[in-house]
Write a protein that binds this ligand. Structure first.
Ligand code: KG4
Ligand code: ZN
Length: 336
C-alpha cells in the first residue's frame, strides 16, 4: 500500500490530497481563491501565491488527519503555471519530503489532469482508462490533443496557437458582463439561449489540422456586441443567445477536432481532462457522438486538485521513477 500526499498550487487553487495506490482518495481538500480574484476579473498572481502560503500548511495538517499522519511519498505540481504559486507548493513539498525522508515526485500539471480519470469516485462510471488512449486537454492554460500509447509517453498532436479554450470562456464572459471564472458563468447564461442565434466562426477548421485557435472567436463575439450596440448583453434573451452561440461554437471545435484525431490516429479510447471538461455540452456531445469508450473525470476532479497529482505520481513510482528532491518549479515545463 502506497499513500501519496499530492500538492497542487499552479494557479488559484490550493489542492491537497492523500491518495492510496493511485486510485483511492483518502482526503481531497481544495481551497479555491475564486472570490479573492473575482473582484479583479481574473487571477492576480501575487495575491494567488500569498494565499497559497496562508493556507497550505493548515490544509496539509487537515488532510494528514485522514491517514493517521502516515504517507509514503510527496508529489507536487512542478509546472507549468504561475511561478510564485508553483514555488509555494514545490518548496513546501520538498521541505515536507526532506523532513520525513520521503521521495519527492515532481509532476507535470497536464499529466496530473490526465490522471484524474484514474481516480475512484462514485460518479466515475467508466472505470479506469486502459492504454493506449487519445487525450483532449482543455483548461484555462491548455488546449491540446495528445496520444498516450503507454504510461508517461506523450506525443502532442496539436495545440492552440493563441488563447486556450478556458481562457476564451473567461475573456468572453468578461465581454458579456459575466463573473470570473467564465466557463461556469457562460454555461449557466446559455441555458435558455439559442445556440444558433449567432453563427460564430470555427477557426482552424481546415481538413486534417489538429491545431486550435480561439482568439478569433473571442474577437467575433466582441464585434457582434459592437454591431448590436446599446449594451445589448444587458438584455436577458440577447445575453442567453450570445452565451449559447459562443458556447456551441467553442465546444464544436473541440468535438470535431477530437473526432478527426481519433480517425487520423486510429486510437479507440478517449480521456478528457482539465477545467473545461466540466462543461455539460462538451461532456454530452463526446459521450453521445463518439463510437469509443470516453473517460471524463467527475465534475469535482476536472478542476485543479491535489488528488490527480498524487495519482500521476503513483504511476510514475510504479514505472521506475524514484523521486527527485532537487527538482525546481518551472513555469513553462514542457510535457514531452
Ligand atoms: O484546469 P483548470 O481548473 O485550471 C487550469 O489549469 O487552467 O481550468 C480552469 C478553466 C477556466 O478557464 C474555467 O473558465 C474553465 O476551466 N471552466 C469551464 C467550465 N468550468 C470551468 N469552461 C467551460 N465550461 C465549464 N462548465
Ligand atoms: Zn489545471
Amino acid at each position: 500500500m502506497t499513500r501519496i500526499l499530492g500538492i497542487e498550487t499552479s494557479c488559484d487553487e490550493t489542492g491537497i490530497a492523500i491518495v492510496e495506490n493511485g486510485r483511492k482518495i483518502l482526503a481531497d481538500i481544495v481551497a479555491s481563491q475564486t472570490a479573492l480574484h473575482a473582484q479583479f476579473g481574473g487571477v492576480v498572481p501575487e495575491l494567488a501565491s500569498r494565499q497559497h502560503i496562508i493556507t497550505i500548511a493548515e490544509l496539509t495538517a487537515r488532510a494528514l488527519e485522514k491517514c493517521e499522519n502516515k504517507v509514503d511519498a510527496v508529489a507536487c505540481t512542478q509546472g507549468p503555471g504561475l511561478m510564485g504559486s508553483l514555488l509555494v507548493g514545490v518548496n513546501f513539498g520538498k521541505a515536507f519530503a526532506y523532513a520525513r525522508n520521503l521521495p519527492f515526485i515532481p509532476v507535470h500539471h497536464i499529466e496530473g489532469h490526465l490522471f484524474a480519470a484514474f481516480l475512484e469516485h462514485p460518479d466515475n462510471t467508466t472505470g479506469t482508462p486502459q492504454y493506449p488512449f487519445l487525450a483532449l486537454v482543455v483548461s484555462g492554460g491548455h488546449t491540446c490533443l495528445i496520444t498516450c500509447p503507454e504510461p508517461h509517453q506523450y506525443t502532442i498532436l496539436g495545440t492552440t496557437r493563441d488563447d486556450a479554450v478556458g481562457e476564451c470562456f473567461d475573456k468572453v464572459a468578461r465581454l458579456l458582463g459575466l463573473p470570473y471564472p467564465g466557463g461556469p458563468a457562460i454555461q449557466r447564461a446559455a441555458l435558455n439561449g439559442d445556440p444558433h442565434a449567432f453563427e460564430f466562426p470555427r477557426a482552424m477548421s481546415k481538413r486534417n489540422s489538429l491545431e486550435f485557435s480561439y482568439s478569433g472567436l473571442k474577437t467575433a463575439v466582441l464585434y457582434t456586441l459592437r454591431d448590436l450596440g446599446n449594451n445589448a448583453q444587458e438584455n436577458p434573451s440577447t445575453l442567453a443567445n450570445l452565451a449559447a452561440s459562443f458556447q456551441y461554437a467553442a465546444i464544436d471545435i473541440l468535438v470535431e477536432k477530437t473526432k478527426l484525431a481519433l480517425t487520423l490516429t486510429g486510437f479507440k479510447r478517449l480521456v478528457v481532462a482539465g477545467g473545461v471538461a466540466a462543461n455539460q455540452l462538451l461532456r454530452s456531445r463526446l459521450t453521445n457522438e463518439l463510437d469509443c469508450p470516453v473517460h471524463i473525470p467527475p465534475l469535482p476532479l476536472c478542476m485543479d486538485n491535489g488528488a490527480m497529482i498524487a495519482a500521476a505520481a503513483y504511476s510514475r513510482l510504479q514505472h521506475g521513477f524514484s523521486g527527485n528532491l532537487s527538482a525546481t518549479a518551472d513555469s513553462s515545463l514542457p510535457l514531452t
